[in-house]
Write a protein that binds this ligand. Structure first.
Ligand SMILES: Nc1nc2c(ncn2[C@@H]2O[C@H](COP(=O)(O)OP(=O)(O)OP(=O)(O)O)[C@@H](O)[C@H]2O)c(=O)[nH]1
Ligand SMILES: [Mg+2]
Length: 307
């Protein structure tokens, strides 16, 4: 069992959204109401009703994490650890799952969209779209399955090729934060992937790190997320072990408390999984990509355009 610290230290060392979660689109009435702190997250969650669905989080605080890899490599298990701190031995094939998590970190609000993809013969166009909209990536293979490692090699190449289509990017200067995970290190197994070949895949790439993890035993999972967020220059507090997880009910209590005490700025880190999150439409994804490719500073200031 090995974390990236020994080997990869040189590498480092978001269907049309429902009315519940339309995304964050600046409108004249909310432009002046930048959410701040936990009260803002709490009120947003409370607002997740059919009547009120538009929030305003600055684009720089909105990110999408995409997890890719062969079927049964453990992608859903890793996301389940990340969101619920749980592991399920049963296997249910994923078609595509979309999750959203809000954070309040040192008074600022962040949105992390999570795309759990299918390892089972995904449509190439959908995969390409997932790659284009992703900001940070997790590529997963199973240590006891050589084919799943070969798939990760192909996926890494595909991410670099696809991202190089974006503005000012070439295959050489693509800087996508990416973590490769050799999963199921808890298993007493015949190891089908050798360390040297993993090293060859990761070495010399400062935006890529490698971790040997177990979603089942929760081995190295927090460290892996911390490294990914550090590479992406995101707050370390987004990692599962670095913030308080808040339930919907608790969110309500805190909201009432913080509304009574508006002057008190909350310096702690909180995270809450958004209920009813739905994947943005293909059209919205395309708009998002266009904004990223063409946008630059001007678009960035306008806020998230996923809608
Ligand atoms: N021993 C062990 N089993 C694991 C681990 N992670 C996942 N599994 C099991 O491996 C199987 C597949 O895990 P999933 O997370 O569903 O795999 P997936 O990559 O999401 O698969 P698709 O959705 O088909 O793409 C499940 O039975 C999990 O319980 C692990 O770290 N150790
Ligand atoms: Mg899955």
């Amino acid at each position: 069992m090995r974390s990236s610290s020994s080997r990869a230290s040189s590498q480092i060392a978001g269907t049309e959204p429902s009315h519940h979660s339309k995304g964050f689109k600046p409108t004249p009435h909310n432009l002046n109401q930048r959410p701040r702190g936990f009260a803002a997250v709490a009120s947003m969650i409370k607002k997740m009703s059919p009547s009120e669905n538009e929030f305003d989080i600055p684009a720089k605080n909105c990110h999408r994490m995409v997890i890719l890899g062969s079927t049964k490599a453990g992608k859903t298990a890793i996301i389940s650890r990340f969101l619920n701190a749980r592991f399920d031995d049963q296997y249910t094939p994923t078609i595509e799952d979309f999750h959203r998590k809000f954070y309040s970190i040192r008074g600022e609000v962040y949105q992390l969209d999570i795309l759990d993809t299918s390892g089972n013969h995904p449509f190439p166009a959908i995969r390409r779209l997932s790659i284009l909209t992703g900001d940070v990536f997790i590529l997963v293979f199973s240590l006891d399955n050589r084919e799943s490692f070969e798939e990760v090699q192909r996926l890494k190449r595909q991410i670099y090729e696809t991202k190089s289509c974006l503005r000012n990017k070439t295959k050489e200067n693509v800087d996508v934060p990416l973590v490769i995970c050799g999963n199921k290190c808890d298993k007493d197994m015949y190891r089908e992937v050798q360390e040297e070949e993993i090293e060859r895949l990761v070495n010399g790439d400062e935006h890529c790190a490698y971790f040997e993890i177990s979603a089942k035993k929760n081995t190295n999972v927090d460290q892996m997320f911390q490294t990914l967020f550090t590479m992406a220059k995101l707050p370390l507090e987004m990692s599962p072990d670095r913030h308080s997880k808040v339930s919907l009910q608790y969110c309500d209590i805190l909201h009432r408390k913080s509304s009574r005490n508006k002057k008190c700025k909350d310096e702690n880190a909180y995270g809450i999984v958004a209920p009813f999150a739905r994947r943005p439409s293909v059209h919205s994804d395309l708009m998002y990509i266009k904004e990223k490719a063409v946008g630059g500073g001007q678009a960035k200031e306008k806020g998230c355009i996923i809608c």
